[in-house]
Design a protein around this ligand. Structure first.
Ligand code: NAD
Length: 360
């Protein structure tokens, strides 16, 4: 694989290989874009089969973060990091601190956070070596677990979809199927109960279903059948790839609005959804609540202000649906256009900020 060719193709700015002999650290940090601000994105700790696989993943994820931050209206760019290894056996304080020193050496061009395989306590360790980390504990000035903020954003995206489909933001009486009642799905279900929606939930983890039913008295469906239930909104809140050429023809919903990342199994699935007459709210627009919440740490975290920012996902979703209708493209394409246009329009005129400005 020619990395230079690959990074030039996708417009990455910088890809850093990090190695520390003493701790065995092998990490790759990708800074896709700093045109709107420092590149924010989590650190994934994963046992990649090869270095090439790790590089492939970090490049793909970093680019996705640029779009997510830009569309969310943040003055942040996109980046991501991967640590190659098994988090259960290879993670240690010295390794995380060695990694953090590489993050620090980028001088704030890259700001990290937790992701698959890393946790909030890991970020607290990273904080010992660098200020360029978010998602740290509340007692260190952080914002804590972002899942509740993400669920708050999904709810408002759902209201925007509801407004377009039925002319009202009220979800009262609407039937919503939530697939995956983990951290985000459970919080979302709670909001939907408050909205007086009718809710059916599914999860591969029986305990998660039991807790949700016990607390919130909702209906259930086996996880493999969740997408086939006749309903108003299907909400994928589990793993990626829920919308595929095999599941899309089985959908019996008017709209799809969920927190899961990478819901479209392939790019063509955006077209398949449009052809099936299903209004799809693009995942990276819907689930931006987490990153919006975390970004507030950079100016001093205040929950009320953060949640007010997250609520604006309603407007972003509405703008995406409007653009798709006006320009005759799928909502997935409209979301990318929105992000690209904001980068083009804002990058040239925004006040230049150093990372130090951001940290007060
Ligand atoms: P989580 O691990 O807490 O919950 C996921 C739930 O999905 C679990 O209960 C799991 O048992 C269940 N699940 C797994 N496979 C399933 C299947 N095939 N069918 C039904 N249920 C299944 O994760 P989370 O933090 O709630 O995140 C959910 C999704 O939202 C993920 O895709 C995540 O990447 C995305 N997301 C989360 C956040 C956040 O703030 N937590 C932010 C942005 C995006």
């Amino acid at each position: 694989m020619d990395v230079f060719e690959r990074i030039a193709d996708e417009g990455h700015e910088q890809v850093v290989h990090c190695y520390d002999k003493a701790t065995g650290l092998r990490a790759v940090i990708a800074v896709h874009s700093t045109r709107l601000g420092p590149a924010l994105g989590g650190t994934r700790f994963f046992p990649y089969a090869s270095e090439a696989e790790a590089v492939e993943d970090v490049l793909r994820l970093a680019r996705g973060m640029t779009y997510k931050a830009a569309a969310a209206g943040l003055d942040l760019g996109g980046g991501k990091a991967v640590i190659i290894g098994n988090p259960a056996t290879d993670k240690s304080e010295p390794l995380l601190r060695a990694y953090a020193r590489f993050v620090d050496a980028l001088g704030g061009r890259y700001i990290t956070a937790e992701d698959v395989g890393t946790t909030q306590p890991d970020m607290d360790i990273v904080r010992k070596e660098t200020r360029h980390v978010t998602g740290i504990s509340q007692w260190l000035g952080g914002s804590g677990d972002p899942s509740a903020a993400t669920a708050w954003g999904v709810l408002h995206a759902m209201k925007a979809v509801g407004k377009r489909l039925w002319g009202t933001t009220s979800l009262a009486g609407r039937h919503v199927v939530v697939s995956g009642v983990g951290k985000v799905g459970y919080c979302l279900t709670r909001h939907l109960v408050e909205e007086r929606a009718r809710i059916t939930v599914a999860d591969v983890n029986a305990a998660a279903v039991e807790r949700t039913v016990g607390d919130l008295q909702v209906d259930t469906v086996p996880p493999e059948k969740a997408h086939t239930v006749e309903c108003d909104i299907f909400s994928p809140c589990a793993m990626g790839g829920a919308l595929s050429p095999s599941t899309i023809p089985e959908l019996r919903c008017a709209g799809v609005v969920g927190s899961a990342n990478n819901q479209l199994a392939t790019a063509e699935c955006g077209d398949l959804l449009a052809e099936a007459g299903v209004l799809y709210a693009p995942d990276f627009i819907v689930n931006a609540g987490g990153i919006i919440n975390i970004a507030e740490e950079l100016v001093g975290y205040h929950q009320e202000r953060a949640y007010e920012q997250v609520r604006r996902i309603y407007d972003t979703t509405d703008a995406v649906l409007e653009t798709a209708a006006a320009e005759g493209v799928t909502t997935a394409v409209a979301a990318e256009r929105l992000a690209e246009r904001r980068i083009e329009a804002v990058a040239g005129v925004r006040l230049f900020r150093t990372p130090d400005d951001l940290h007060h």
